[in-house]
Design a protein around this ligand. Structure first.
Ligand code: GLN
Length: 485
C-alpha cells in the first residue's frame, strides 16, 4: 500500500477495514525511521519491539470484529519529557540518560487506550529549555527542509518526525512555544491547548504554571483528532479541568463573521521581512474565506517576554531541584556521607550549560530582596496581560500573528542566549495567559517554512481549528520536504 499518499484518516480506515494491517503500516514507519532518521535525528529512543507488539494487538482486535478506539492503530511519537512506562525518558539530558519511568503519563495512557501505538521518544532541547534542539545532550535535530538548519524547539524531534513521515502524529509540550515554534519551522501543525485541558501528569516539569502537552500533525484535523484523545480532566493533575469537548465538526471552510485582531506587537522590530510578507499574504487569504481583521495594540505584550523568562526560570529552578543523584538518574559517587559534594558533582556533570544558566537565574529572582523586584513584578505583568486579552476577547474571536518572527536559523549561526529568548516573543503570551493557540503552515521563504499563529478564548480550540482549517484549505500548500515518506 502506498502509505505516502494517504491521509491519517485514510490509513486508519484501511486498518479497520482490513485493507491493510496495523503491523504492516507500523513496520513501514519503523523502516522509514531506520532509513532516514540517522540524518534527521528526530528520535532519541525507538521502541520497535513494543510498537510491533501493540500493532499485532490492534490487528487481533480487528480480526475479532471489535471496534477500534479513536486512533485506530495510528502510531504516535512522544516527546522525551513525557513519561512512558518501561521506555527510557531522558528529557534530552545526561542527568536522565538512563531513567526508565515506572508509569505512563496520562496523555500516553489515553493514547494507548484509543488504540494509538507508541513509536518511541523524540529529541528536544534539554529539559525543554530552548527553541532549536541545540541544547540536546544527544545532538541537535536537523530541519527536514534544509540541512544544517534548526527544526525549532523544544519539541523539534516531534515536529521533524511528523514532517519527514517518521510518525503520522506526535505529542510535544509547550511551555513558551515549544509545540508551535517547531511546527512553524518544520511546516506542520501544532497546538498549545488551553491551560488545564490536558493533564500534565507524567510530563516532566519545567515551568508547571505555563505548560501543556499538545498535538503535532500534518493537518489541522490530525491535531484535532489527537487533542480529542488526550484532553480531559484527570484526578492526578489538580490543575486539569472539565470542559473538554473539542468539537471536530467545527472544521469548516468558511469563516463568515469571524473577527480577528492582529496585535502590532507581534510584527515588531526583529520580524524578518519574508515573515511579515508571508503573514500579510495569509491574512488576505483569510479575508477571502470570510474573516475580517483589524490591527490592534496590546500594550502589556511589550513586557511579557521579560515576565515569561523570570517566571519560567523561577519555576525551573524549583522543579529541577529534585535531580540530586540520590533518588534516580545520574549519581556521582564521592566520599561517603558528603551529600553536598554528591549533589554538586551530580548536578555539575548532569546538566548542560543552558539548564544551569536557568537554575541560577531562577534561584536569583526568587531570593530574598530580589523576589519583589523580579518575580512579583513578573506575576503582576502576567495578570495585566491576562486582563488585557480578556477585555479584547469581548471584541475579537481570535488573535493572529506570525508564529516566529524569524526563519529557521543555521546551527552554525546560533543566536546568543538572550537573542534566542527574544525570538519567543510571539509564542509566550499564550502560556502566560493560559489561552489556546495553534500554528499552521502559512508559506515558504528561501525554501523554509513559515507559520501562522492564532490564539482564542479559553477552551475555544474549536475556533482555532475552524480558522486554521479554513486557511489550510484555502492556501493548499504542498508540505512534503525532500526525502520524506
Ligand atoms: N523557548 C522557550 C523557553 O526556552 C519555550 C520552551 C518551551 O515551550 N518548552 O523557555
Amino acid at each position: 500500500m502506498d502509505y505516502k499518499r494517504l491521509s491519517v484518516t485514510e490509513i486508519r480506515e484501511a486498518i479497520s477495514s482490513r485493507e491493510t494491517s496495523c503491523e504492516d503500516y507500523v513496520s513501514f514507519v519503523l523502516e522509514s525511521i531506520a532509513k532516514r532518521d540517522k540524518k534527521t535525528r528526530s528520535y532519541i529512543t525507538v521502541d520497535a519491539e513494543g510498537a510491533i507488539e501493540a500493532a499485532k494487538a490492534v490487528d487481533a482486535k480487528v480480526r475479532a470484529g471489535r471496534k477500534l478506539g479513536k486512533l485506530g492503530g495510528l502510531p504516535v511519537a512522544i516527546k522525551d519529557n513525557i513519561c512512558t512506562y518501561g521506555i527510557r525518558t531522558t528529557c534530552a539530558s545526561k542527568i536522565l540518560e538512563r531513567f526508565v519511568p515506572p508509569y505512563d503519563a496520562t496523555a500516553v495512557i489515553r493514547t494507548k487506550s484509543e488504540d494509538g501505538i507508541i513509536l518511541g521518544k523524540t529529541n528536544m532541547d534539554e529539559f525543554a529549555m530552548g527553541n532549536s534542539t541545540a541544547t540536546s545532550y544527544f545532538g541537535p535535530v536537523n530541519n527536514p527542509w534544509m540541512d544544517g538548519h534548526t527544526p525549532g524547539g523544544s519539541s523539534g524531534g516531534s515536529a521533524a518526525a511528523v514532517a519527514m513521515g517518521l510518525a503520522p502524529l506526535a505529542l510535544g509540550s509547550d511551555t513558551g512555544g515549544s509545540v508551535r515554534c517547531p511546527a512553524s519551522f518544520c511546516g506542520v501543525v501544532g497546538v498549545k491547548p488551553t491551560y488545564g485541558l490536558v493533564s500534565r501528569y507524567g510530563l516532566i516539569a519545567y515551568a508547571s504554571s505555563l505548560e501543556q502537552i499538545g498535538p503535532i500533525g500534518k493537518t489541522v484535523s490530525d491535531c484535532a483528532l489527537l487533542l480529542d484523545v488526550i484532553a480531559g480532566p484527570d484526578s492526578r493533575d489538580s490543575t486539569s479541568v472539565a470542559p473538554t469537548n473539542v468539537n471536530l465538526s467545527a472544521l469548516k471552510r468558511e469563516l463568515k463573521g469571524l473577527k480577528v485582531g492582529v496585535p502590532k506587537e507581534w510584527l515588531g522590530e526583529g520580524t524578518q521581512r519574508p515573515v511579515t510578507r508571508t503573514f500579510w499574504r495569509a491574512m488576505d487569504k483569510l479575508s477571502e474565506v470570510g474573516a475580517t481583521w483589524t490591527e490592534i495594540s496590546v500594550d502589556s505584550l511589550s513586557l511579557s517576554l521579560a515576565a515569561y523568562y523570570i517566571i519560567a526560570m523561577a519555576e525551573a529552578s524549583s522543579n529541577l531541584a529534585r535531580y540530586d543523584g540520590v533518588r534516580y538518574g545520574l549519581s556521582h559517587e564521592t566520599t561517603a556521607g558528603d551529600w553536598n559534594a554528591i549533589y554538586s558533582k551530580t548536578r555539575s556533570n548532569g546538566f548542560g550549560a543552558e539548564v544551569k544558566r536557568r537554575i541560577m537565574l531562577g534561584s536569583y529572582v526568587l531570593s530574598a530582596g530580589y523576589y519583589e523586584a523580579y518575580y512579583l513584578k513578573a506575576q503582576k505583568i502576567r495578570t495585566l496581560l491576562k486582563n488585557e486579552f480578556a477585555r479584547l476577547l469581548r471584541k475579537f474571536d481570535l488573535f493572529a500573528g506570525p508564529t516566529m518572527p524569524v526563519l529557521p536559523f543555521r546551527f552554525d549561526k546560533l543566536p546568543s542566549p538572550l537573542e534566542s529568548y527574544r525570538i519567543d516573543v510571539n509564542t509566550i503570551a499564550a502560556n502566560l495567559t493560559g489561552l489556546p493557540a495553534i500554528s499552521v503552515p502559512a508559506g515558504f521563504a528561501e525554501g523554509l517554512p513559515i507559520g501562522l499563529q492564532f490564539h482564542a478564548a479559553p477552551f475555544r480550540e474549536d475556533l482555532l481549528f475552524t480558522a486554521a482549517h479554513a486557511f489550510e484549505s484555502a492556501a493548499d500548500l504542498r508540505m512534503l520536504p525532500p526525502g520524506a515518506s
